[in-house]
Design a protein around this ligand. Sequence first.
Ligand SMILES: *[C@@H]1O[C@H](CO)[C@@H](O)[C@H](O)[C@H]1NC(C)=O
Ligand SMILES: *[C@@H]1O[C@H](CO)[C@@H](O)[C@H](O)[C@H]1NC(C)=O
Ligand SMILES: *[C@@H]1O[C@H](CO)[C@@H](O)[C@H](O)[C@H]1NC(C)=O
Ligand SMILES: [Mg+2]
Length: 258
Amino acid sequence: MKEVVFLVAIILVAGQCHGAEHGAEYPIYPLRMKTGAGGHYIPEISCASWRLGVEAHNVVDWTSIPEDCIGYVGNYLLGDQYRSDSKTVNQQAYFYARTLNFTDKDVWIFDIDETTLSNLQYYADHGFGSEPYNATAFNEWVELGEAPALPETLKLYKKLLNLGINIVFLTGRPLSQKAVTATNLKLAGYHKWMKLILKDTSIYHGKTAVTYKSAERKKLEESGYKIIGNIGDQWSDILGTNVGNRTFKLPDPMYYIS
Ligand SMILES: *[C@@H]1O[C@H](CO)[C@@H](O)[C@H](O)[C@H]1NC(C)=O
Ligand SMILES: *[C@@H]1O[C@H](CO)[C@@H](O)[C@H](O)[C@H]1NC(C)=O
Ligand SMILES: *[C@@H]1O[C@H](CO)[C@@H](O)[C@H](O)[C@H]1NC(C)=O
Ligand SMILES: [Mg+2]
């Protein structure tokens, strides 16, 4: 008899935990995701939350990735998830673009670093964004002109060219890197563009990327162009003014540029 009462009690409790009154079949463990089943801390889970926070622009102004998340971010970038996330964004951009009828005044803006060209090789050697930014070392890498294309962005680029839209590259790289950037773009498969805009540091020294990019997009629109799409890996690529009819944010858990 005792056993039967105990069993009934267990079934009742289990039923409540399963949210049975709403017909839900899954258990609800309020804190389980954070602590893990055995009460253990699982870095992968908090790092996934951190990355979501970064991509949604809830985590802002960070200078390097959390120490605990270096392994997680490295696995993300070198594994299939980064490629898959990148594909989803670029696909959505194409699904949007193909519904439009372009005129020769329509432009699509591409950022360069971590949007059209990948610096993953450099960052893999520098802790995936966990080391403080070293301008000297990064510029040495840029000057090699060997950054490969992000494959899913290259697909979008080619499809947009086929649709007949003008391509504008708008990058935070300084004007002094214009030649190597143009060479690198061609080497990576980006052969054609209407404009390649680099940062004139005599005008924009000390200004944020949001200020610089907004001002350059405004100039474009004031000269008669319409920005109908805009894609970048940083929120500063798609915030500010004249951002375009639709914006697309590519993943980047390595660094933050305001
Ligand atoms: C694009 O052009 C086609 C054919 O002229 C037309 O049917 C369609 O409505 C246009 N789409 C837009 C978004 O203007
Ligand atoms: C930055 O990179 C340069 C060139 O690789 C190197 O000589 C220098 O020591 C680095 N600085 C720091 C603070 O790591
Ligand atoms: C882009 O936005 C402008 C301003 O809101 C609007 O007039 C125009 O029709 C839009 N173009 C497309 C292709 O959606
Ligand atoms: Mg970028």
